[in-house]
Design a protein around this ligand. Structure first.
Ligand code: ADP
Ligand code: MG
Length: 140
C-alpha cells in the first residue's frame, strides 16, 4: 500500500470545545502523521470556495455558517492508505450512524457539527491540500 497524503480539518464545533489535541491524538493513534497544521478562521468566501461542490445542497448555507463560526485547524496527514484510513477513523457523516471508537461517534454533536473533515479521494485530497497549504508548509 502506498504512502498517501490527505487533507483534514478539525472544525469549529471541536476547536471551541478544546478538542484539537484529543482529535489529533486519535489520528496519530490510527497511524497518521501530521505533516502540516495551522489554525485559521475562514472567511465566508474561503468556506464557499472550499465547499463549492455542495453549493446546490439544501444545507450549504448552514455549512458555511458553521465553518465560519470559529477557528478551524487545517492539517495534512500522511501515512499508508491515508485517505481511506482517515475516513475510517472519522466515522460516518451523521454521528448517530458512526461506528464506536470513531472521532465523530466520540465527539460530534450533529450531522452539521460533526467535528472533522477528511478528503474522500486522491483527486480531492490534492485539490484540498493545495487550497490551504503551499508545498513549502508541508514537512514530512
Ligand atoms: P463528509 O464530511 O462525511 O464527507 P459530505 O461531504 O456529504 O460529508 O458533507 C460535507 C459536510 O456538510 C458534512 O461533513 C456536514 O458538516 C455537512 N452536512 C452534510 N449533510 C448535511 C445535512 N443533511 N445537514 C446539515 N449539514 C450537513
Ligand atoms: Mg465530503
Amino acid at each position: 500500500m502506498a504512502i498517501e497524503r490527505t487533507f483534514s480539518m478539525i472544525k469549529p464545533d471541536a476547536t471551541k470545545r478544546n478538542l484539537t489535541g484529543a482529535i489529533t491524538k486519535m489520528l496519530e493513534d490510527a497511524g497518521l502523521r501530521v505533516v502540516a497544521s495551522k489554525r485559521v478562521w475562514m472567511s465566508r468566501r474561503e468556506a464557499e470556495g472550499f465547499y463549492a461542490v455542495h453549493k446546490e445542497r439544501p444545507f450549504f448555507g448552514e455549512l458555511v455558517d458553521t465553518m465560519t463560526s470559529g477557528p478551524t485547524v487545517v492539517q495534512v496527514l500522511e501515512g499508508e492508505n491515508a485517505i481511506a484510513k482517515n475516513r475510517e477513523i472519522m466515522g460516518a457523516t451523521n454521528p448517530a450512524q458512526a461506528a464506536e471508537g470513531t472521532i465523530r461517534k466520540t465527539h460530534a454533536l450533529s450531522i452539521g457539527e460533526n467535528s472533522v473533515h477528511g478528503s474522500d479521494a486522491p483527486e480531492t485530497a490534492k485539490i484540498e491540500i493545495a487550497y490551504w497549504f503551499a508545498e513549502t508548509e508541508i514537512v514530512g
